[in-house]
Design a protein. Structure first.
Length: 219
């Protein structure tokens, strides 16, 4: 039975295939075993080389036998190195495949969850809902504008009437000011005689004009 058959099984029908994690674990265990064997063979190569050097000039037969064993050990080392490289490549491939499988499983679960979340949603219903929201916002804006406009609180008054009333008030104030002249101003005015003087025969028209002017000042 080959090494890989020992690691992954013989592949007979009915046998359950190992999971990627199980296969990765087996490969790691095999790597550790082969590395220990490689260390052992390297030590044997060193020993046989030392033996060959020791008996090289004294006992050629022993030296040659040691070199032959060293060659076999080196050949086994080369095979182990090749096997370790193959196992390393396969382990990395399995680790990548395991990672990809896990990522795909997570993405599949997320897709199912997203699909479940959208089961109760309909695109047309969503559009209708957004239209309703926009309509209600427009109604709320109109209501706010209507509330902020003081309808019935002074807007029914004619502005021309107000201006006319204001002019009347101003005129009344002017008349009151003319009637309530300060005392200092009255001293400058000519005094009004208590009794009307006898009309002069020589200047009746001029006296009459002066009296009208005085009466205007008094009023």
């Amino acid at each position: 039975m080959s090494l890989f058959a020992k690691i992954f099984g013989s592949g007979k029908k009915g046998e359950k295939a190992p999971t990627p994690q199980e296969a990765i674990q087996r490969l790691r265990e095999t790597e550790e075993m082969l590395m220990k064997k490689s260390d052992f063979l390297e030590k044997k190569v060193t020993q046989e080389l030392a033996t060959a050097k020791k008996h090289g000039t004294k006992n050629k037969r022993v030296a040659l036998a040691a070199l032959k064993r060293k060659k076999r050990y080196e050949k086994q080392l080369a095979q182990i190195d090749g096997t370790l490289s193959t196992i390393e490549y396969q382990r990395e491939a399995l680790e990548n495949a395991s990672t990809n499988t896990e990522v795909l499983n997570v993405m599949g679960a997320a897709a199912k969850a997203l699909k479940g979340a959208h089961n109760n949603l309909d695109v047309d219903k969503v559009h209708d809902l957004m239209d309703d929201v926009a309509e209600q916002q427009e109604i709320a804006s109109e209501i706010s504008e209507a509330i902020s406009n003081p309808v019935g609180f002074g807007n029914d008054v004619d502005e021309d009437d107000l201006l006319a009333e204001l002019e009347d008030l101003e005129q009344e104030e002017i008349d009151e000011q003319l009637l309530n002249i300060k005392p200092g101003l009255t001293e400058d005015l000519p005094s009004v005689p208590s009794a009307e003087p006898a009309p002069s025969k020589s200047k009746p028209v001029e006296d009459d004009d002066e009296m009208k002017e005085l009466a205007a000042w008094a009023s």
